[in-house]
Design a binder for this molecule. Structure first.
Ligand code: GDP
Ligand code: MG
Length: 177
């Protein structure tokens, strides 16, 4: 679509998925508002947040969706995935079970979206390296096998949060522009 100056405008829907308590809501609040909540409960009321970045002199808006706790019931609705062009699949590097769930989340993503969706595997809570239960190499290897970008992040200390979201946004942009 075009705006009044004749430039392009882009709006990309990105979903965040992964097991409960891996840090999905905090990754989003860190990226969109530079906020972290140590005692966050399931997000109530907030469906998505919009963040704009400039690429090639164009305004690119990312509408980033949070599950609002639906994942606890193992039933994230198809409406959540509808129209998504990017996805962050998050696990917690200190809880191996959340890494073992990644395959299931990828299956669900594949069921609800087409294969062109830009995907990133995110190992969150890398500030907790001393109690790590999943190695960087294992994360990388899984991402390579599944054809995903990979990054370890910390919503707590901000490591790689902006980079992870913006890699996905830039990849989507590259594919559509
Ligand atoms: P969600 O259920 O996936 O949305 O997870 P939340 O964002 O609600 O986070 C679950 C818990 O993990 C909360 O107590 C957060 O404070 C904590 N948490 C989230 N991200 C990080 C992180 O990067 N490092 C650490 N140490 N704790 C985190
Ligand atoms: Mg949440």
């Amino acid at each position: 679509s075009s705006d009044d100056e004749g430039g392009e405008e882009y709006l990309f829907k990105i979903v965040i998925i992964g097991d409960s308590a891996v840090g999905k809501s905090n990754l989003l609040s860190r990226y969109a508002r530079n906020e972290f909540n140590a005692h966050s409960k399931a997000t109530i009321g907030v469906e998505f947040q919009t963040q704009s970045i400039e690429i090639d002199g164009k305004e690119v808006k990312a509408q980033i969706w949070d599950t609002a706790g639906q994942e606890r019931f193992r039933a994230v609705t198809s409406a959540y995935y509808r129209g998504a062009v990017g996805a962050l699949v998050v696990y917690d590097i200190t809880r191996r079970s959340t890494f073992e769930s990644v395959g299931r989340w990828l299956d669900e993503l594949n069921t609800h979206s087409d294969t062109t969706v830009a995907r990133m595997l995110v190992g969150n809570k890398c500030d907790l390296d001393s109690i790590r239960a999943v190695s960087v190499e294992e994360g990388k290897a899984l991402a390579e096998t599944e054809g995903l970008f990979f990054m370890e992040t910390s919503a707590l200390d901000s490591t790689n949060v902006k980079t992870a979201f913006e890699m996905v946004i830039r990849d989507i942009y590259t594919n559509v522009s």
